[in-house]
Each structure stands twice: as C-alpha cells, then as structure tokens.
Design a binder for this molecule. Structure first.
Ligand code: AMP
Ligand code: MG
Length: 419
C-alpha cells in the first residue's frame, strides 16, 4: 500500500473537510433545550444565602419604608399651615427620632423637631430641612412656600408589601440580601449548590508543589476549574488526576457520577490514541456533541455518564477555560436552577487587526486599554500566561471578518461571565 500525504494546510486548526462541525449557537441551543434544574431545595438563613440561587419567587413581607418617615433632620409641619414669604411657627415640646416616635398628634399651626428616619407624627406631611430654618428652641423662622411632602418618604414608596422582589432562579448578591432583610425576611428557600466534579486526565500531569520530571507538566486546569466553580457559586468536588488509562478513568467517572450533579474533565477529549475521555463517551453511546466549530476549544466532548452531564474539556488550559465559560457555565447555571445565563457583552473598538477566516467562532484573550480591546500577542492555546494578562475575551463571529483598528468587536469582560 502506498501512503499519500494529506494536502498541506497553513492552519493546523482548519476544520477537516467531511466532518460536521457544530456551530457554537447550535451547541448552546442543544444544552439549553436538554438541561433543566437538578438541584434540591433547602431553607437557609439570610446570612448564609450569598451567591445562592432562589428556589421560589420571593414576595415582600412588608412595605419599605413601612410607614412614612423623614428623609432629613429638620422640622415637621402641616403643609396647610405654611404660606408664602417669611414664616414663624411655634414648636411643640418633644421630638420624633428614628426608633422613638413623637407619640402624639401635631396640633394645627405648630411644628415638631424630627430626625432622619423618624416616623412622621400624625398631622405632619412636610419636613423643612434644619439648615433652612433659624430657631430659638421655641419657634422656627423660614421662608415659604414649601412643597407638600418635601423631605419625606412615603410608606411603601420603595417596595409595597406583596410585591415580587425576585423571581425563582435569581442569584442573591449583597444588594439582594439588603432588600430581603429590609422587608423582614430572615430565611429563604434556596437551591442546593450545584456539585461539580473536577478531574484532570493525562499521564504527563504532576501536582504543583511536588518534584516533577522534565517531561511532566503541572496540573493547571484543576485549580483553575475549581476556582471558577467557586466564583460561579457552585460546589467543586475535586477528584484529582486520572492517568491515561481507560479502566481507571471509567472508575473515576463512576465515582464522579455518584458524588456530583455534573462532571468537568480536562484532557483526553480528542481523537488520539490516549484520548480516553472521548473514547469512553463514544463507547457508552453517550457522546452528544464533540466537534464544535470554536477556537480555542476543539475538541470538546459533551455527553452523559450514568445520567450525569459530562463536559470533556480540552487539556490546553486556555481552551479549557474558554470552553468552560462559553459552554459549561450557562449549562451549569441551567442545572443549578438559575436559568440560562448569557454573558454580558460590550461592543468596543478593536485595538488590533486580524483577518479571521470563516467557519468557526473565535475567542481571543483580550483587555480594554484606552477604550479599545487589545488582544494577547499569541493565540497559542498553551499560553497560560495570556489568561491572566487578559481581563476578558473578544468574541469573533462564525463568519469571516476583517478586523482593523477601530472596527467594533464584541468584548466580554471576565466579570460578564461571573468570574
Ligand atoms: P489533551 O487534550 O489531553 O491532548 O492535552 C492537550 C495539552 O494540554 C497537552 O499539552 C497536555 O499536556 C496539556 N494539558 C492537559 N491537561 C492539563 C492540565 N490539567 N494542566 C495543564 N496542561 C494540561
Ligand atoms: Mg492528554
């Protein structure tokens, strides 16, 4: 048999002909359609609810503010008692302070000392700022007219009892906790944290902090993936490293499926002799998607293992991170009960030039400087340093694109992915 060499290609990532490369949007649509919430529900004190997912809609237990109160330190009046021009109004004894109400009804024609946050005494509908009056302690003098309701906060002007504050799936940040607390909620019904198994594969991998042979590489993906999962609010289950051995990997996947709701592996997802992840998923007949038209990221193996979704990420750390952000994160959000999460995209002028070929979507490590997106000098997906150099990704469309300096491009800051 004679061997004929394949045609030369100038791009080692060019998509081989004769294979169907699934477009990114098609892969995302499949994940979105097939995956739903898998996490259970528990009731949790508010103080432990940060970054957790609401399991049900939350209604306001009471209004905010609960009663009308003063927005400033000043004097409470009845608007009908105040005319135009110079005014002199006698003060009643006593005052209204936050947490210490006046108690009585303000007599017509009088004013009362009020402090910020104090419930407005009955008879008071308007407050004049203390800086706008002169007083001898018995009366106040100021200039009218006043606007009715000035310097007061209406009961329920922020939130009314029974209002829906947040929908199920909402992730609770500090601001959400403030509103829940303000409306009196001490505990909330939350989804359990999504448990995500993380497993690195490859005979070449060594543990950072240990001696490594010259031909070994330290496992960079596991710390990265575990950290990303924490940022996403999930619960990482670190399963360590698997050798390039099919039986050992099979056992570890079984363990992972028993301990987690979703599995992230890295390495061995390609079609080489030692690519056991893709082989196992194929063998189990559980490979749903493999060849996705994305750079970096080819190949990404998506499948199920004992009913648990598996993301067989590429071994290259850059590709592993990009695939996690683009594919695994929205899918995991869906599994976690948050619903589908689109990253927050910005259109910004390019600070670089690039001639992009048609056929697959590309993500470049990028950051904003002087209002433009600049990209990392190398697109090599082994260049781990580019990930921390960058502050986000530039997303170039599936189609061909000529980017010149100042061409608008899509920039997704890491924060837009929840990192
Ligand atoms: P693979 O996808 O297994 O063919 O691996 C692709 C490249 O990524 C190889 O150069 C691997 O050595 C490297 N790689 C795989 N896993 C890791 C890891 N956990 N940390 C750092 N590099 C890795
Ligand atoms: Mg490998």
């Amino acid at each position: 048999m004679t061997l004929t060499p394949p045609p030369l290609r100038d791009d080692c990532f060019a998509l081989p002909a004769g294979t169907h490369w699934t477009p990114v949007d098609e892969a995302l649509a499949l994940l979105r359609d097939r995956l739903g919430p898998v996490t259970g529900v528990e009731t949790v004190p508010l103080g432990e609810a940060l970054d957790r997912v609401l399991a049900e809609d939350v209604l306001a237990l009471r209004s905010n503010p609960p009663v009308a109160n003063s927005a400033v330190d000043g004097y409470g009046l009845c608007h009908a008692d105040v005319g135009e021009g110079p005014q002199k109004i006698p003060l009643v004894q006593g005052r209204a302070a936050a947490g210490a109400p006046y108690g009585g009804v303000l007599a017509s024609g009088y004013g009362v000392r009020v402090l910020t946050g104090a419930a407005l005494p009955e008879g008071v509908d308007t407050v004049i700022l203390q800086e706008d009056v002169t007083t001898n302690g018995a009366e106040i003098a100021f200039h009218g007219p006043l606007k009715k309701g000035a310097n007061t906060r209406r009961a329920g002007e922020d939130v009314t009892k029974g209002d829906r504050l947040f929908a199920a799936g909402h992730v609770l940040g500090p601001a959400e906790l403030a509103l829940l607390a303000a409306t009196g909620r001490g505990e909330v019904k939350l989804r359990n944290r999504l448990r995500v198994a993380v497993l690195s594969t490859g005979d070449e991998l060594a543990e950072p902090g240990t001696e490594a042979r010259a031909d070994q590489v330290y496992d960079a993906n596991r710390p990265m993936l575990v950290a990303m999962l924490r940022r996403f609010g999930f619960c990482p289950v670190d399963l360590g490293r698997a050798p390039d051995d099919r039986a050992a990997l099979r056992d570890l996947l079984d363990t992972a499926a028993g301990r987690a709701d979703v599995i992230l592996t890295s390495g061995g997802a390609s079609a080489g002799d030692e690519d056991h992840m893709s082989a196992l998923l194929q063998e189990a007949g559980a490979m749903s998607l493999w060849r996705i038209a994305v750079k970096p990221g080819r190949p990404l193996a998506l499948g199920m293992w004992r009913g648990v979704p598996v993301f067989g990420l590429p071994g290259n750390p850059v590709a592993a991170m990009v695939c996690t952000l683009i594919f695994a994160r929205p899918a995991m959000a869906q599994l976690a009960g948050q619903g589908w999460q689109e990253p927050a995209r910005l259109m910004v002028p390019a600070g670089f030039a690039k001639s992009k070929k048609a056929g697959r979507r590309e993500y470049l490590r990028a950051r904003l400087r002087d209002g433009r997106a600049e990209v990392f000098a190398s697109e090599g997906s082994g260049r781990i340093s580019g990930l921390s150099w960058a502050e986000g990704l530039v997303e170039l469309p599936d189609e061909a694109m000529e980017v010149e300096v100042d061409t608008p491009v899509t920039f997704i800051p890491y924060a837009g992915f929840g990192l």
